[in-house]
Design a protein around this ligand. Sequence first.
Ligand code: DGY
Length: 320
Amino acid sequence: MTHRVLSTRGELPGGGLARLGSEVELVSWAGTGRPEAEELAELAAGVDAILALGNDSVDAGLLAAAGPALRVVGLASMGYDAVDQRAAADRGVVVTHTPGVLAETTADLAFALALMARRRLGSARDALHAGQWDAFRMHDHLGLDVFGATLGLVGYGQIGRAVARRAAGFGMRVLHHDPFAPEDDGLSWAADFPTLLAESDIVSLHVPLTESTRGLIGAEELRAMKPTATVVNTSRGGVVDEAALLAALRDGVIHSAGLDVFEREPRGTDVADLVEQSRLVALPHVGSATEATRAAMVDLAVDNILAVLSGRPARTPLPG
Ligand code: DGY
């Protein structure tokens, strides 16, 4: 019997979607932006699997709309905070994600944000584009060094470790805080959270968004950092209290921030206050955005879906 699979996008990088389409009956959302919940619910009726992105809401409503045939939701994403895991478990639906394949690419971006924010590269570039480079001045665009700084990694999984490997080349001292990785490992020293906040020049966030990490970096944590600290977030926006971060940047509590993710995405003009802070570098959630990595994410999601549909274990189910 041919399986029916909903892809929440009609086009995805790489060859994964075409491969899926050659093995199942594929139903895709035909729009270009982001599908409405009602559109997905309508398309989902009776499918055996759903291929979704990390920011698609896979909630109880979508799972119910799919109905009893649904066996697997394959996310082309490492993060799975938009999935109602309890509702999926209640229905016996396997949910998979894409760890591993995006760690190096996301680590590159965390480093890029640290460099941009500390070296004030965004405002330097803006000045050049605005025709303001009329002389070499010793005091223009002065930032802070990344080389030799102390890097504090909050969360020391695959991406945190990939950032630590890069830090070695920059002569950095690396600290990490992660209850699941309580040991020093030769690349990074394990630290308690207050020590990490107090001693780091760059605090880089690599935790999933859960009830215990929501708002992890708030006013108190920002005050506990050095006035020369930079916060880098490539994980999920909800890990940082944005209002507290805005106040901290405005009041000089910390030096700078580099954000690839926001509490609510995508953002419109309401984020202007935050992104217009000259010491904030903001990007539109591009951590994994290289051709090879996005293709690998889709491929892994497709592998997971095909495995479950053919009665084999998923390659990368959500952690238990
Ligand atoms: C991820 O994989 O979690 C990225 O943030 C893209 O969704």
